[in-house]
Design a protein around this ligand. Structure first.
Ligand code: COA
Length: 260
């Protein structure tokens, strides 16, 4: 697929995906969602790609939400279909099996906050702003905000953000646990890449199964989640990576993981 609204670059195993509609603050129109679906599939399936960093073009906005022009024209059935399509794209990204970091360089509102929450780690620039302002438009979050926000920050704070539509700044987003780290804007991509490279130096199978256990485990009872974790732990004990990681530690050298 030739992208019109995304920049997709692979550098040394990392896919850098930039939503590129800066004149519309990178709002998610149907074209962006179509292209993001393709990008998520590529991240999941291309072996050359080991992880992805998602950001927005320009200094002002990560993604300022779903495109309000598109939303204004929708009826109940295409509205539901749009929500389900968007949810599917974000879920594909979340379950792609490789680490995805959101580098949040400004507004992350509505669908932008939802897109960031579907990533595994969120790093924000100091000027980033977050919110779920859908209620101001007479709608409610539709790309997973009502589900992922309470899972990340707890029910009470999520309710407040979703019901008031208020915007919060990066330090507040950090305080409530919505983002992992806040950095100066000039350092955002470098810091995101540094964290990604650190993760990619770990055992890739271990990273993959740990992500899966966290993601799936949140939907299970504690006993089911613990069993899943033990199964993954056992599975990893059959990998060359575990032999390499433990041997390297005992031999006081760095591990060289092969993902096998
Ligand atoms: N959908 C469509 N277009 C959007 C958009 C969105 N979600 N967010 C911003 N834009 C467009 C604006 O319409 C404007 O386009 P124009 O220059 O053709 O008029 C352009 O992006 C710049 O936005 P502008 O509002 O002029 O910037 P600002 O700095 O004054 O305000 C925001 C920034 C983010 C506060 C404001 O754009 C906003 O509230 N956006 C909507 C956020 C939202 O409700 N998102 C959830 C949607 S479900």
């Amino acid at each position: 697929m030739t992208y019109q609204t995304l920049i997709f670059e692979i550098r040394d195993g990392v896919a850098f995906v930039t939503v590129n509609r800066p004149d519309k603050l990178n709002a998610l129109n149907d074209q962006v969602m179509l292209e993001l679906a393709d990008a998520a599939e590529r991240i999941a399936t291309e072996t050359e790609i080991k992880g992805a960093i998602l950001t927005g073009a320009g200094p002002k906005s990560f993604v300022a939400g779903a495109d309000i022009g598109d939303l204004s024209r929708q009826g109940p059935f295409d509205g539901k279909a749009r929500a389900q399509r968007g949810q599917g794209v974000l879920r594909r990204l979340e379950t792609c099996g490789k680490p995805v970091i959101a580098a949040i360089n400004g507004f992350a509102l509505g669908g932008g906050c939802e897109l960031a929450m579907a990533c595994h780690i969120r790093i924000a620039s100091e000027n980033a702003k977050f919110g779920q302002p859908e209620v101001k438009l007479g709608i409610a979050p539709g790309y997973g905000g009502t589900q992922r926000l309470p899972r990340l920050v707890g029910k009470g704070v999520a309710m407040q953000l979703i019901l008031t539509g208020e915007t919060i700044d990066a330090p507040e987003a950090y305080r409530i646990g919505l983002v992992n780290k806040v950095v100066p804007a000039a350092d955002l991509l470098a810091e995101s890449e540094k964290m990604m490279r650190g993760i990619l130096a770990m055992g890739p199978l271990a990273v993959r199964l740990a992500m899966e256990a966290v993601d799936q485990g949140l939907e299970m009872s504690l006993d089911e989640g613990l069993l899943l974790e033990a199964n993954h732990f056992g599975l990893l004990a059959a990998t060359q990576d575990m032999k390499e990681g433990t041997t390297a530690f005992l031999e006081k050298r760095s591990a060289k993981f092969l993902g096998r």
